[in-house]
Design a protein around this ligand. Structure first.
Ligand SMILES: NC(=O)c1ccc[n+]([C@@H]2O[C@H](COP(=O)([O-])OP(=O)(O)OC[C@H]3O[C@@H](n4cnc5c(N)ncnc54)[C@H](OP(=O)(O)O)[C@@H]3O)[C@@H](O)[C@H]2O)c1
Length: 164
């Protein structure tokens, strides 16, 4: 996948790695970069197209896919870290980890796969974590959600998960 000339979309582009991805994509010759965020007013990068996108919200994902119909490269970067423990943490935090990393990322993949196909193909980069392979107290809800994302990727590629 060539970045130069591509039309890219980055989730969670208001800060952190997402902001850096969006800036790098522009610097490396992307023709257009949709810098998306659940609070778009926080996106401060010059040269990008700002779009609202809250990844676990189906209406928000559908609205973004209806606008960004020229996308050929999706960077699924958005993520959270609640530090919730699966046994003792707040159930709502455990659920939010899964809603964001697994269901939210999957929703973006499902919404934009047809967009990429209509544009002649492209690429989707899902930003995962080494914590999908191991866990520690304080991050195991995050780790479980990233492991679920790994299973999603294995399914998409028809791969057998490592170790089975
Ligand atoms: N930093 C690390 O060491 C590390 C290591 C491995 C993997 N990762 C992964 O890399 C990605 C980026 O991490 P980071 O360190 O840059 O995190 P970060 O600084 O906390 O930024 C997270 C970004 O995701 C956005 N986001 C959160 N929930 C969202 C939602 N529902 N819809 C849309 N955007 C949402 C945030 O937006 P708001 O500003 O609205 O909160 C923010 O822009 C994540 O997927 C993370 O799990 C990070």
């Amino acid at each position: 996948m060539d970045i130069a000339g591509s039309v890219a979309l980055v989730t969670g582009a208001g800060r952190g790695m997402g902001r850096h991805f969006a800036r790098q994509l522009l610097q490396r010759g992307a023709a257009k970069v949709y810098a998306t965020a659940r609070n778009p007013e926080r996106v401060d990068l010059p040269g990008v197209e700002v779009l609202r996108l809250d990844i676990p919200d189906p209406a928000s994902v559908a609205a973004a896919a209806a606008v960004a119909t020229d996308v050929s490269l999706v960077v699924n970067n958005a993520g959270i870290s609640t530090m919730a423990n699966l046994v003792t943490g707040e159930p709502a935090d455990v659920r939010r980890e899964m809603e964001t990393h697994f269901f939210g990322t999957l929703a973006v993949v499902r919404a934009f796969a047809p967009v990429l196909a209509a544009n002649g193909g492209g690429a989707i980069l899902n930003v995962n974590s080494a914590l999908s392979w191991f866990s520690y107290d304080g991050a195991n809800a995050y780790a479980a959600a990233k492991a679920a994302l790994t299973a999603d990727l294995n399914a998409a590629h028809g791969r057998t998960p490592v170790g089975s």
